[in-house]
Design a protein around this ligand. Structure first.
Ligand SMILES: [Cu+2]
Length: 328
């Protein structure tokens, strides 16, 4: 049965899909609630405990690598990335057999500064050949598109970090769509040499999961766990500048989006400018697109953010910013 047919029959959402696709592992979690949004305490009952990341921690985690100084004065940053097979939980009780960099989906958010020499020690401990293709400017042999790294093998990628902005890295082994959709992707932030203004910074990698392998996503999320930030809102202080690094790693659906409630945000397209290119409340993003968003809230309260594709929202891609003076 197709996801869209399922949805036409009523507000089944996550629980209905999980139950009908036979992927249900913890029956107490699902099947007893209204899984779609519309009330204030999260879209599903139960929590994702094995997402491979803690969404609250992943949101603000940056992997700066092992830093050393080269004789030229340049900064060298060394990162270790390991591809593994791992089952992850993507909605309460819904598991997905992922392929994951460092055992997590999304992979760690690599962070460096423009001009740094980036060295990535990649080892493939998975069951299929993989690579890492980095967006950015680099030599062809460092592109991760032709040199397959077979199970048990290693490869060292090395390039200068440029241009500054928000980059994407992902496996580039055919069938490409499958290697992406299985979870081999992550964000890479290349900071400008003169840092951006001080802000509270967050990373959201918009993704989805084809849990019944029919070539469509059944679960959607920002940072893998459906409704995670709806169940545990992201707390922000009034008037504090929020900087969101937003990456679209979704497969199968050509377009994804981010819509913010009660507010507008500035868009820095691909993160490659220091002046905003747009002021809006909804940004559409094709596969592989990424932008930096900046905004701040005045009034305390709970504000939704979600894909403006309502179908994605109901299947997990929704969260809340909780604006409060008393943020820890
Ligand atoms: Cu791969």
């Amino acid at each position: 049965m197709k996801r869209r047919d399922l949805l036409k029959r009523g507000a089944l959402g996550v629980a209905g899909l999980a139950a009908s696709s036979g992927l249900l592992k913890t029956s107490k979690v699902l099947g007893q609630n209204t899984p779609t949004l519309g009330h204030h305490h999260g879209g599903v009952v139960g929590e994702v405990k094995n997402a491979s990341i803690d969404p609250a921690v992943f949101l603000e985690s940056f992997y700066y690598g092992k830093v050393s100084r080269l004789p030229s004065g340049k900064t060298l940053r060394e990162y270790d990335l390991l591809a593994v097979d791992r089952e992850i939980e993507v909605a309460p009780g819904v598991f997905f057999p992922a392929w994951a960099y460092n055992g997590q989906v999304p992979g760690p958010t690599l962070r460096c500064t423009e001009g740094d020499l980036v060295r990535v020690n990649f080892r493939n401990a998975g069951s299929h050949a993989h690579t890492i293709h980095f967006h950015g400017v680099h030599a062809a042999r460092m592109d991760g598109s032709f040199e397959l790294v077979h199970p048990g093998e290693s490869f060292q990628y090395e390039f200068e970090a440029r241009p500054f902005g928000l980059q994407l890295y992902h496996c580039h082994v055919p069938p490409f769509k499958k290697h992406m959709a299985k979870g081999l992707y992550g964000a890479m932030i290349i900071d400008p040499k003169t840092p951006r203004p001080r802000a509270r910074e967050m990373v959201m990698v918009m993704n989805g999961f084809d849990t019944n392998f029919d070539g469509e996503n059944e679960i959607y999320a920002a940072n893998t766990a459906a409704f995670a930030y709806h169940q545990k809102p992201i707390t922000v202080r009034p008037r504090e500048l929020q900087r969101l690094y937003l990456v679209n790693a979704l497969e199968f659906d050509p377009i994804n989006s981010f819509h913010l409630h009660g507010n507008f945000f500035h868009v820095y397209r691909t993160g490659t400018t220091l002046t905003p290119t747009e002021f809006t409340d909804t940004v559409m993003m094709c596969q592989g697109e990424r932008h930096i968003l900046e905004f701040s809230y005045e009034e305390p309260g709970d504000y939704m953010f979600h894909a403006h594709q309502a179908e994605f929202t109901e299947l997990g891609w929704a969260g809340l910013f909780r604006v409060s003076e008393t943020v820890a």
